[in-house]
Design a protein around this ligand. Structure first.
Ligand code: FAD
Length: 326
């Protein structure tokens, strides 16, 4: 069976959820071979094996942390040469997309970013084998089905594109020999500042996102949105109007000029549904909106809509969820 490389996204060996989702997708294409760069490969290998990685290629060197991106590309090129995979899957984060693009250039192949699905390429739209990727484009108004036409396809997949599935595999650890090229030490990381933790999941990875817009009407009122998010174990998002008003941090903005999210459930509160906001959330699996204006455009794309005042609806929802949980 063909091998599929999965680039492991981790923090000191703690594997992030999008990587486990990639392993689910990789199993549709062939046998997953995970590539773990940096510290903690041993601990990560166990988790990766539990989620279907047949082999785990590990490489650790100070270059991965001290310099930006290129050392990882060097290592992944070595991994592709060693394994000869049918595809390379990487998480569609900012770094993931840059790594994907540089790797595809090195391999003389092509890159597909922000994929929401991946499948073997013998079926509809794909033709001729290989790997077919699905993207949701132009504010999710169109679905693009595409494939890389030469070489090893490199596909960056959005978080939440697939479920995390346990699938025991050997997870055999193998050392990956890497030689860094001249450009590997070109951009040095000079400092790191940890972001203050809210205890909530990362916005782009969260399975549930609860967002607030101008209708929240003040920074202090975001407590209502946060309470619902906490009852659901969700991340908090915000429209640009709310962010521009200084009610919530820019890092939480969802949309064209904010973050793109694709959770299982997206709850928009006091958000009108402007095209630029839709661009960042329209691929959510289930969309719920609370808005007091029955004509708000957000209602054109919802699965469930509540016409009402969010200050009445949201606390009741939070209370009900909390009661059912206990
Ligand atoms: C280049 C560009 C990029 C942009 N990028 C983004 C982006 O990334 N993300 C983004 O969000 N926007 C973006 N925008 C802005 C976008 O066009 C809208 O202005 C913005 O999304 C509106 O935010 P909103 O829905 O919160 O506010 P509004 O459009 O003012 O809507 C507020 C809604 O709240 C409802 N409401 C009010 N009070 C209540 C209440 N008590 N209970 C229930 N409902 C209530 C109202 O009925 C209304 O529908 C961008 C714009 C441009 C030009």
């Amino acid at each position: 069976m063909a091998d599929v490389l999965v680039v492991v996204d981790h923090v000191d060996g703690v594997v992030r959820k999008p990587t486990l989702e990639l392993l689910t997708l990789a199993r549709r294409l062939g046998e997953p071979v995970a590539v773990h760069l940096g510290p903690g490969g041993g601990a990560a290998a166990r988790v990766l094996g539990e989620h279907g990685a047949v082999r785990v290629l590990v490489a650790d060197a100070p270059e991965f942390a001290e310099f930006l991106v290129v050392p990882k590309v060097d290592a992944l090129q070595a991994a592709v040469e060693a394994v000869g995979p049918v595809a390379v899957l990487v998480s569609s984060s900012g770094e993931g997309k840059e790594v994907a693009a540089r790797l595809a250039l090195r391999l003389g192949s092509g890159v597909i970013t922000d994929a929401v699905d991946v499948r073997p390429g013998d079926g509809d739209g794909g033709g001729g084998g290989g790997v077919v990727a699905v993207q949701s484009v132009f504010a999710a108004s169109f679905t693009a089905v595409s494939r890389v036409t030469r070489g090893v396809p490199v596909v960056a997949v959005k978080p939440n594109a697939a479920p995390v599935e346990v699938a025991a595999a050997a997870g055999v650890v193998e050392e990956l020999a890497v030689e860094f090229g001249e450009s590997a030490r070109g951009t040095r990381v000079v400092s790191r500042t940890p972001r203050a933790s809210t205890g909530r999941p990362e916005l782009t990875e969260a399975a549930i996102v609860v967002s607030g817009g101008r209708g929240v009407n003040g920074a202090e009122n975001f407590a209502v949105i946060e309470a619902l998010a906490d009852a659901l174990g969700a991340a908090v998002g915000a429209s640009r109007a709310a962010v521009d008003a200084g009610w919530y941090p820019h890092a939480n903005q969802v949309g064209q000029t904010g973050k793109s999210v694709s959770p299982q459930l997206y709850i928009a509160n006091g958000i009108s549904g402007a095209i630029q906001h839709r661009a960042g959330m329209q691929t959510s699996k289930t969309i719920v909106a609370v808005n007091k204006d029955a004509e708000a455009p957000i209602f054109d794309l919802v699965d469930f809509g509540v016409v009402g005042d969010l200050f009445q609806v949201v606390p009741q929802l939070t209370e009900e969820i909390t009661a059912r949980k206990s």
